[in-house]
Design a protein around this ligand. Structure first.
Ligand code: ZN
Length: 74
């Protein structure tokens, strides 16, 4: 997996949308790429900060479909 694809997937990865992701290749890339691993840690911290400060509501179902389409996951 290339770094640019890995970084596009990180927000979904940390936001628990992992069932829709190629988890094996993503985890393998993070294992072997310190730069993307650092980026994953930063993104996860950002998501945790946002969650702790914002009320969370479920996103509409069509949004997940659009995001998956934009990322080429369908
Ligand atoms: Zn990388």
């Amino acid at each position: 997996m290339a770094c640019n694809r890995c970084r596009r997937l990180l927000f979904l990865w940390v936001d628990r949308e992992r069932e829709a992701l190629p988890v094996g290749p993503l985890a393998e890339h993070l294992e072997n790429c310190p730069e993307c691993r650092s980026q994953a840690i930063r993104v996860e911290r950002l998501v945790l900060t946002i969650r702790s400060r914002c009320h969370r509501e479920a996103a509409p179902g069509h949004l997940a479909v659009r995001i998956r389409a934009l990322l080429g996951l369908d």
